[in-house]
Design a protein around this ligand. Sequence first.
Ligand code: PHE
Length: 446
Amino acid sequence: MNDRDSFGSQFGALVAMAGSAIGLGNMWRFPYLVGTNGGAAFIIIYIVLIIFITLPIFFSEYLVGRISKANTFRAFKKLAPSSHWGIVGILAAISPFLILSFYCVVGGWSLYYLLKAVTLQLESPSADYSAMFTNFVSGKYEPLLFLFLYLFLNGWVVTSGIKNGIEKFSKIIMPLLIIMVMFIAIWSMTLPGAGAGLKFLFYPDFSKVTPHTFLAAIGQSFFSLSLGCGTMLTYASYIKEKSYVVPTCIYTATADTLFAILAGMAIMPAVFAYGISPSQGPGLVFVTLPYIFSHMPLGTLFATLFFFSIFLAAITSSISILEVPVTFILEEFKIKRKTAVKICLSVITVTGILCSLSEGLLKNIHIFGKDLFDLFDFSSSNIFMTTTALLTVIFVGWKMKKGTVTNALSNNGKRKINPIYVTGVYYTIKYIAPVIVAVIMIRGLF
Ligand code: PHE
């Protein structure tokens, strides 16, 4: 393929990468993890671990994509011809199907709640929001309808390509998302009693720090930076040669972390102001927060902004996940992008339906003690993504030549980067990262 698509500008690529990183993980998990793991103490640990461990892993994925300029499979094949390393690329192209199966179901839920907010259905303070949520997600038709709508929107963006689809879309959506969440944060922090929420987030309590805290921080940073499923590799493969590797990854990680903290400042003060104990995940987003919105002045406005934000954060991540198998299929089978998108979405529609119905109709189907939704979630995060990340760092550290890696890090010397830093990164990739990823993997499995 000579006329391979690419990002139009370095800034556009950066925004798309930040869009991938900023997602549900930042909105519904990070704030809770911070609050329950020592507040500012956790934030400090999180940042230090990103700098020393997660970024080198990020560089590894990025390098493989950038040097090869190919899909996940071809990337490993190109860099290590006549070897079996291409399998890593295949693994990387499978995880997106697993992740999207449940991620898109949640994306559909966010659309549904957005519609509910706009149509003034989240206004009643006496409503039972927990029952409302359970009734909705266990339904046979409504959640599927919103899942299809969500999938369609993903397909629409990805079909338009990298420059005209993903990049353009992210450039419009990301500033909007940031402004909306900032606005919610300002309002949330000015509510009476909001201080307790800020204390929950920021009061440094080192007594809550345990070995578990470190693993939780690394695991979160990993998911949050979209590592281990070929996303960053694929995006990097579309980035023009002149863009610098190290700064691009650092900016993405910085934007992602700042946004996660901002999301915490938007959510936790409001939760505490209403005297509710903090939680995470769907319970926080679809039960606790609607309850809070219904009790406050201008609740509908904030509910609308909030669910719109959740939806936008989710879709800029899910398009990045979808792009992985789309690039793989369109390049390997030499078909049109549109056809590749259709093939991927057909598969995800089926697995997505299964995930959605596992909240109701298929509730009793359990595999390895998990319903289908949890099974897809568990196997992608704890098996596929960790395995791919582990093999990627082993590949970069042990299979690629040291010179190739260090040259790529400094863009063949065009970017002045302290050689000590480059060497440190290289040895982290070679010796430390594999051990850390293996530990996360083992812990995730047992
Ligand atoms: N980083 C996204 C989030 O925080 C999720 C994601 C994982 C996106 C893997 C792409 C790849 O929600």
